[in-house]
Design a protein around this ligand. Structure first.
Ligand code: IPE
Ligand code: IPE
Ligand code: MG
Length: 246
C-alpha cells in the first residue's frame, strides 16, 4: 500500500460517504441483495484502512438511513444481522489499530441486540485516538436537526440563545469538524437525507462505481479531485498576479 504523505490540505480531514450500489452490484451477479451488503461491509473495512494510511481524521459512513425501513423485511433483518456479524468479525482489529467508533442515529428504534452491539463498539474504542469512524445508522439529516433542537430546548436554551453554534453542539456529530469531502458511490446524484446540516460547505463527489467495487484507487481518485477544488466558503478567490504581457 502506498502511504506517501500528500501535500498540505490535499487530504480532507473529514470524509463522509453514502455507500450506495450494493443491491445493483449483487444483481449484476444474479445474487440476492444481501450478498452485495456483505461485500459492502468488507469495503468499509478497506476504506477505513486506507483513510488511516492517508491521514484522514474523521470518516463518516451512511450504513442505514431512517428511510431504509421501507425495504423488504428480509433485507432489513439481513442488514441488522450484518451489524452483529461485522462487529464480532472486525471490532477487535479496528480497536487494536486505534480506531474510535461512534454511531449516529436514532437507536431507540433498533433491536436491543443491535443497540448493545453498537454500544460495545463505542465503549471498547472510547479511549482510542486514531481515526474517528462514525457509522450513521437509522440516521436521517432531518432527524438530527430535530433531535438537536429538542435536546437544546430540554436543556433550557432560550430561543435567542439557539444560535448555529449552540445547535451544532447538539448535533449527532458534535465532536467532528464539518465534512470536507462528501462521496456518493452508485451513480445517484442526491444526498438522501444524509448530513443535511453538516454538509453546508462540503465538496461533493459522485461516482458511478458501485460501493463493493470502491477500492483504494477509487478513494485516491476522489482525494485527487478534492485536491483540485478551490474552496472559498463564500469569500473570494485569492488575488493572482496579473499575467505579464510579452
Ligand atoms: C446501499 O446500497 C446500502 C444501503 C442502503 C444499506 P443499496 O442497497 O441502496 O444498493 P442499490 O442502490 O439498491 O444498488
Ligand atoms: C442512501 O442510499 C442510504 C444509504 C446508503 C445507507 P439509498 O439507496 O437508500 O438512497 P435512495 O433511496 O437511492 O435515495
Ligand atoms: Mg441505493
Amino acid at each position: 500500500m502506498n502511504t506517501s504523505v500528500s501535500p498540505e490540505g490535499s487530504i480532507p480531514r473529514h470524509v463522509a460517504i453514502v455507500m450506495d450500489g450494493n443491491g445493483r452490484w449483487a444483481r449484476k451477479r444474479f445474487m440476492p441483495r444481501i450478498f452485495g451488503h456483505k461485500y459492502g461491509m468488507e469495503t468499509v473495512v478497506r476504506v477505513i484502512d486506507h483513510c488511516q494510511a492517508r491521514g484522514v481524521e474523521y470518516l463518516t459512513v451512511y450504513a442505514f438511513s431512517s428511510e431504509n425501513w421501507k425495504r423488504p423485511e428480509d433485507e432489513v433483518s439481513g442488514l441488522m444481522n450484518l451489524v452483529l456479524v461485522g462487529i464480532s468479525k472486525y471490532l477487535a482489529k479496528l480497536a487494536s489499530r486505534g480506531v474510535r467508533i461512534h454511531v449516529a442515529g436514532d437507536r431507540s428504534k433498533v433491536s436491543e441486540r443491535v443497540r448493545q452491539a453498537w454500544n460495545e463498539a463505542e465503549e471498547r474504542t472510547r479511549h482510542n485516538t486514531g481515526l474517528h469512524v462514525t457509522v450513521a445508522f437509522n440516521y436521517g439529516g432531518r432527524w438530527d436537526i430535530v433531535q438537536a433542537c429538542q435536546r437544546a430546548l430540554a436543556e433550557g436554551v432560550a430561543p435567542e440563545a439557539l444560535t448555529e453554534e449552540a445547535l451544532s453542539r447538539h448535533m449527532a456529530l458534535a465532536y467532528a469538524p464539518d465534512p470536507d469531502l462528501f462521496i456518493r458511490t452508485g451513480g445517484e446524484v442526491r444526498v438522501s437525507n444524509f448530513l443535511l446540516w453538516q454538509l453546508a460547505y462540503a465538496e461533493l463527489y459522485f461516482t458511478d462505481c458501485l460501493w463493493p467495487d470502491f477500492d483504494e484507487a477509487e478513494l485516491d481518485k476522489a482525494f485527487a479531485d478534492f485536491a483540485r477544488r478551490d474552496r472559498r466558503f463564500g469569500g473570494v478567490k485569492q488575488a493572482q498576479a496579473p499575467e505579464q504581457s510579452a
